[in-house]
Write a protein that binds this ligand. Structure first.
Ligand SMILES: Cc1ncc(COP(=O)(O)O)c(C=O)c1O
Length: 363
């Protein structure tokens, strides 16, 4: 028997999703790690204390509360949705995986708006479905008519990331509303970055039972390593998602830490404000650098184009790396020729980034 012969076709066709890692680096600020939209603006001491408090109040010899019940309960009282409208998992990534388990198999179609977060396609293909990409307009706005035209009887899901990674903009509420009314399938609005923006469509869950809102603790709360994401949706969708998840998917440390973090919302809110201020500071500085053009952002990152003649985003990214600044090259994506995405860091990181960028443009 050859292993290759019995591996499912979808798994053979997909490649392992590669991510650049720095193992064993305690203080990520030393390497300015600005490539994955993590949040190093929150001091590690604060997070450490939260974790220690959480660890003291749990007993990991016991299995965790099933299906993240402790975390769901905390999110429920924080947001004012009932627990039957919430499902939690190991990061928003795992929520995507669960949604595919519920809605996608061979011949199912999933519409994605491009350029956007690549994991929608990854998970769709893993379950044998195919994605139907619809381009944003050149100003990064949604092309609602094009999306609606692409939908057919096999279409199950539509992913709209708002604010969008990597373009950074939040979409118009009226456009999302039109999709909810006219799209014949489930509309997943990924709000991983919503805390850095102004509005949210979360309350529409009460009006549209085909809306799923995705959220994450990796960005505004600076808890990417803990892995917690959740969805808010109609009870009918949540009921099916709960069927496809293992009973003990989210560990107790994570669940308890999330509950404690939500109690400290006023602290995190201040940190979000800090990131937004840093974003505006970084934006002003980028606007003054000859050879780059930044795009406005409603997130904790900024997308910018390398406009200096004969220089590519790939070269700039490599030059930055030699200066210990990690950023994300996005130039291969549609509409994003020569573009790079940089995460907003604390002031030190942002200054390091700016001086490394100036050197890299002149090298
Ligand atoms: C748009 C978007 N959605 C979801 C995620 C994944 O979030 P999580 O860390 O909760 O899995 C990311 C991570 O970068 C993201 O950019």
């Amino acid at each position: 028997m050859k292993i290759e012969d019995i591996v499912q076709k979808e798994v053979k066709n997909i490649s392992c999703y590669e991510v650049k890692t720095i193992l064993g680096q305690k203080s990520q600020e030393k390497i300015a790690k600005m490539n994955l939209n993590e949040n190093f603006a929150i001091p590690n001491d604060t997070i450490e204390k939260l974790l220690l408090d959480a660890c003291r109040s749990i007993d990991v010899r016991a299995y965790p509360p099933p299906r993240g019940k402790l975390a769901s309960k905390a999110i429920s009282s924080f947001l004012g949705f009932s627990e039957s409208e919430i499902s939690v998992a190991n990061g928003a990534d795992e929520i995507m995986d669960l949604l595919m388990k519920v809605f996608v198999r061979k011949r199912s179609k999933v519409i994605t708006v491009e350029p956007s977060f690549p994991m929608y396609t990854f998970f769709t293909e893993l379950y044998g479905g195919s994605t139907v990409p619809v381009l944003l307009r050149p100003d990064f706005s949604l092309d609602v008519d094009a999306i609606l035209q692409k939908a057919d009887k096999n279409t199950r899901l539509l992913f709209v990331c708002s604010p969008n990674n990597p373009t950074g903009n939040q979409f118009q509420e009226a456009e999302i509303k039109r999709l909810l009314q006219e799209f014949n399938g489930v509309v997943v609005v990924d709000e991983a970055y919503v805390d850095f923006a102004e509005g949210s469509v979360i309350n529409w869950v009460r009006d549209y039972d085909n809306l799923v809102v995705l959220r994450s603790f990796s960005k505004a709360f600076g808890l990417a390593g803990l892995r917690l994401g959740y969805l808010i949706s109609s009870t009918s969708i949540v009921k099916y998602v709960q069927r496809v998840v293992g009973p003990f998917n989210v560990n107790s440390v994570t669940q308890q830490t999330i509950a404690l973090a939500l109690e400290k919302w006023s602290y995190f809110k201040k940190q979000i404000k800090y990131v937004v201020n840093e974003r505006e500071w970084l934006m002003k500085n980028l606007q003054q650098i000859d050879g780059v053009k930044p795009y406005s952002s409603d997130t904790n990152f900024i997308l910018f184009k390398v406009t200096k003649p004969h220089l590519t985003s790939a070269t700039v990214t490599e030059r930055m790396e030699t200066r210990n600044v990690l950023i994300k090259e996005r130039g291969h994506l549609p509409l994003l020729e020569n573009c790079i995405r940089v995460t907003v860091g604390n002031r030190d990181m942002n200054e390091t980034f700016l001086s490394a960028l100036k050197e890299s443009l002149e090298e």
